[in-house]
Write a protein that binds this ligand. Structure first.
Ligand code: NAG
Length: 396
């Protein structure tokens, strides 16, 4: 118990031991060099630790799709196939559609095979289902062996073949993106003031053009048009702004990348693609309402803007220079481990490095003449420099 207490109340102070050994010396310098290379090459040049970063990018996106196509014998223009119509950063291009015209509110047989029946009993158990085309009344229509529904009739039959709008591959998507880095008050747009807008984006030859051919976007995302146009899907257009504001602001340009966002479900049998329903409502002359139901398969585009900007600033520079200088000292830790454990004569080094001085010894005047230390290696040690550090010569 006493030993533990006296052990706790001791004070450790460092003493410099100069080791004249080539191998440890070389390891020490190499370790220091590696640490310096890491800080200069990675931390400063690559990660630009001398800059302050603004990651709170402000962005606004406007989009416009153009082109004409034929779907179900209709000529489709932008107002027909783009939803929502506002031109926001998320929009859908409808590429295929089931149309169920002239639906009115009444009762009629369900179409889905899951609702087949021969007696009313089979239908009563479905009465609270959500997946029918209308509310199941509990009656069985025996002529067609299906349950009766109340709702918009006739019920939609979406188990037919579907053709897609092949002209959609030549549609163009115009993207207008304006961003600001509030910390530096820098505003940029994804095209110059006098960019010629009769161009198509190309990731190699024409990276400044903000007009994208729809089939190209799918191609860059690794998809092909025929697959995605029949079932629908979700494509992400990423606009990345990585700006180094130490250079001229004109070099602050966006980089576009394309991904299929719903690729996790590409092979899923339960849910594939992307579709939604909408209806257009009409009134007949006798005042009765009817509607046309559309089940639309669409390619949904999400435009995701990200980015950050950096600029030289004194405070991060000083902090990182100090961190770099401190870290050079880490080489000592490595060398100590090697010196005290793996080199020949490690025991003697240990004896030199850790020295116990008790209260009474330190008070003794003779301590000043190196008498108090337990030096037993060689008598050729000498005071090496003004700090009173010991020097041990050891030929390796
Ligand atoms: C798309 O445009 C190209 C070139 O203008 C044309 O050859 C091709 O037939 C068009 N595709 C469709 C489906 O109209």
């Amino acid at each position: 118990m006493f030993g533990w207490i006296s052990g706790f109340f001791t004070y450790e102070t460092t003493k410099s031991v100069v080791v004249k050994s080539w191998s440890v010396g070389i390891i020490n310098r190499v370790a220091q060099l590696l640490i310096i290379i890491y800080f200069v090459g990675w931390v400063f040049l690559h990660e630009k630790a001398y800059q302050v970063r603004d990651t709170g990018i402000e962005s606004s996106v406007m989009t416009k799709v153009k082109g004409f196509g034929f779907l179900n014998n209709h000529l489709m223009d932008v107002a027909d196939y783009v939803m929502p119509t506002q031109g926001s950063s998320m929009f859908c291009v409808i590429t295929a559609m089931f149309i169920t015209p002239n639906q009115t509110q009444r009762t009629c047989p369900e179409i889905d095979k899951n609702f087949n029946c021969t007696t009313d009993k089979h239908c009563e158990k479905h009465q609270s289902t959500n997946v029918a085309n209308g509310k199941i009344t509990g009656k069985c229509i025996t002529e067609v062996e299906r349950c009766e529904i109340l709702g918009w009739c006739p019920a939609e039959d979406d188990h037919q073949n579907i053709t897609s709008m092949s002209e959609a591959e030549n549609f163009t998507i115009f993207i207008k993106n304006s961003i600001r880095f509030p910390l530096f008050n820098v505003t940029r747009g994804n095209m110059g003031e006098n960019t010629n807008l009769s161009c198509f984006f190309d990731p190699i030859n024409n990276t400044d053009c903000p007009i994208f051919r729809l089939a190209d976007v799918l191609k860059y995302a690794g998809e092909n048009f025929t697959n995605i146009s029949q079932k629908g899907g979700e494509i992400g257009i990423n606009i990345a702004w990585m700006c180094n504001l130490d250079q001229h602001v004109d070099n602050c340009k966006p980089k576009y990348t394309f991904t299929r966002l719903d690729s996790a479900f590409k092979k899923s049998s339960a849910t594939k693609g992307y579709n939604f329903r909408f209806a257009k409502y009409f009134k007949a002359e006798d005042g009765s309402e009817y509607r046309t139901l559309h089940k639309a398969f669409a390619i949904r585009f999400d435009i995701l803007v990200s980015g950050n900007a950096g600029k030289f600033h004194l405070i991060p520079t000083v902090i990182n220079v100090v961190a770099a200088c401190t870290s050079v000292g880490l080489a000592t830790v490595l060398c100590d481990i090697i010196l005290l454990n793996f080199l020949k004569g490690a025991k003697q080094y240990k004896a030199k490095k850790f020295e116990e001085v008790s209260d009474s010894v330190s008070r003794s005047p003779s301590f000043d003449h190196h008498q108090g230390s337990q030096m037993t290696i060689k008598r050729e040690e000498k005071s090496s420099d003004d700090s009173g550090a010991y020097s041990i010569r050891h030929q390796m």
